[in-house]
Design a protein around this ligand. Structure first.
Ligand SMILES: [Zn+2]
Length: 192
């Protein structure tokens, strides 16, 4: 009887431990969803005060699209962009790069100890040329996000919840996502 009582006495304790472990597991499992969803490239600019310069070699609508894209980040986050005719921190070039499979991309100027001073964003008019000015702005803003240090974030389940840093250009265009969203801004503000 004593052994039985002792045995049954262990059960509630084990049950409590199991419950605590389960709760701990649930907290761990839930935490990532509560945290910020943005993802980082692992490199960013050395300063939040940045210069940009654009070279629009082809196409129409790009100067407006690019300017609005850059000033979206500048006006809604802690980074500041000003135009320059000299060597910029961010060069944005529009050219016919061909059927490359990408609307836009950045080519790094190199990352040293988590920091870079120059990025080149390339917008591909071959594929973007037939798109709306807002689509061009969206692609430009997306590439600026990369230059600032943001990686892709494909979370969301509807046009209203997808991020500017979504990796699917066609989806971004179809949903007409052309401006920074809260998560995108939070990511940049965490970096600078
Ligand atoms: Zn991208």
């Amino acid at each position: 009887m004593a052994a039985s009582a002792s045995g049954s006495a262990h059960t509630p304790l084990l049950a409590k431990l199991a419950l605590l472990l389960l709760l701990a597991a649930l907290i761990v499992a839930v935490a990532p969803q509560r945290a910020e969803a943005y993802n980082l490239l692992g490199c960013k600019y050395t300063t939040k005060n940045l210069t940009f310069r654009m070279a629009v070699n082809v196409g129409t609508g790009y100067p407006t699209a690019i300017t609005e894209a850059v000033y979206d980040w500048s006006g809604n986050t802690d980074v500041n962009f000003t135009g320059t005719s000299g060597t910029p921190n961010l060069q944005i070039t529009v050219s016919n790069y061909g059927n490359t499979g990408w609307y836009g991309r950045i080519s790094s100027g190199g990352c040293s100890r988590g920091l870079w001073t120059y990025q080149h964003a390339q917008l591909n008019n071959t594929l973007l040329g037939g798109k709306t000015t807002q689509n061009k702005r969206g692609t430009a803003a997306h590439e600026v996000g990369h230059a600032l240090g943001l990686a892709h974030n494909d979370s969301g389940s509807a046009c209203s919840s997808y991020k500017l840093m979504n990796s699917f250009g066609d989806l971004q265009h179809a949903c007409n996502i052309y401006a920074t969203r809260t998560d995108d801004r939070n990511g940049v503000n965490a970096l600078y």
